[in-house]
Ligand binder design. Structure first.
Ligand code: GLN
Length: 305
């Protein structure tokens, strides 16, 4: 019966072909400006571990903010009691790299999926682990089942060179006492996490534990069912920047987007789905990726509602 999943994804990719190239590439760093704007891929992984895909599903791209789900998972695995005192759980309604709320809220970011929140999460990871980069890389390779996943060094270097707003944010939170470590070490780990290079197939595989109560189809458990619910809830309310309401309205699935044009979405109990197309809307979400997920949920009725 599942043979039609390949067909379904292929139909969506074909139907949206005229829209390829819609939106604007992220232009804040050169390696993201260079990506082929017509790229478009899709992959779905069921909780049984079956994989379906269409389009440019095996081409790697910069996962950017989708990594915030993985770094949050790593921080939650170590069960730090103060994590949720240092980062909130409310949508921000502001751009992902906004500084404005940080002053009013005394250095406590609104949620772990905006940049400020991910920097705090990264700081928490660094407090527990000596090598936050290698540990996250190992986690990702394990859940994706791909030992050759790497950080794109060129992207990481470009993030480092242009990341003045992120740097301001880290030091600002340090001034409120909400970063324990050296802000430059936190930024270095954060920039590398953003620079993970993965394909839709790898991202769908990597995210399927979120559809399966915290465990991979192979039985490797990343989070408890209760923690998995929390991460999915945060994805629904905070996973698509300041366009998250519109995204939920159209797609109806918990999801996390990144400015590389990737989106990872979850149907709990059923599957994960990763889409990639680098053209972004004004909030920074993939235009075609959002359309593809909207098509998937409207054609099939698959949503959490
Ligand atoms: N590297 C980007 C930044 O820190 C990630 C942002 C994103 O994908 N929204 O600004």
């Amino acid at each position: 019966a599942h043979a039609d999943f390949d067909q379904l994804l292929q139909t969506i990719v074909d139907d949206l072909a005229p829209e390829r190239g819609a939106g604007e590439l992220a232009d804040y760093i050169e390696p993201l400006r260079r990506v082929d704007p017509l790229s478009f891929g899709m992959a779905l992984c069921t909780v049984e571990g079956e994989l379906y895909c269409a389009g440019d599903a095996t081409q790697r791209f910069s996962i950017q903010s989708v990594s915030k789900v993985l770094s949050l998972t790593l921080a939650m695995q170590h069960g730090r009691h103060d994590l949720w005192r240092r980062v909130g759980r409310e949508p921000s309604g502001n751009r992902f790299n906004s500084l404005v709320q940080l002053e009013h809220e005394r250095g406590i970011p609104r949620n772990p999926f905006i940049n400020a929140g991910a920097l705090v999460v990264t700081d928490v990871i660094l407090e527990m682990l000596s090598d936050a980069k290698a540990t996250l890389l190992d986690l990702v390779r394990g859940v994706a089942g791909a030992a050759d996943i790497e950080f794109d060094r060129e992207v990481a270097r470009a993030e480092h060179e242009t990341g003045h707003t992120n740097r301001a944010m880290a030091w600002f939170m340090k001034s409120f006492g909400n970063l324990q470590g050296d802000p430059e070490a936190v930024l270095d780990a954060y920039f590398h996490h953003c620079a993970l290079s993965m394909s839709c197939v790898e991202l769908a595989r990597a995210g399927v534990y979120l559809a399966n109560g915290g465990c991979t189809p192979e039985g490797m458990c990343m989070l408890s069912p209760a923690q998995t619910k929390q991460v999915n809830s945060l994805m629904l309310t905070c996973g698509a920047y300041d366009a998250v309401g519109e995204f939920a309205f159209r797609v109806g699935l918990p999801a996390k987007s990144g400015v590389g044009g990737g989106i990872l979405a979850i149907l709990p109990g059923r599957f994960s789905v990763a889409v990639w197309s680098p053209g972004l809307d004004r909030a920074g979400n993939s235009v075609l990726g959002t359309m593809a997920l909207e098509q998937l949920s409207s054609r099939t009725g698959w949503s959490i509602f």
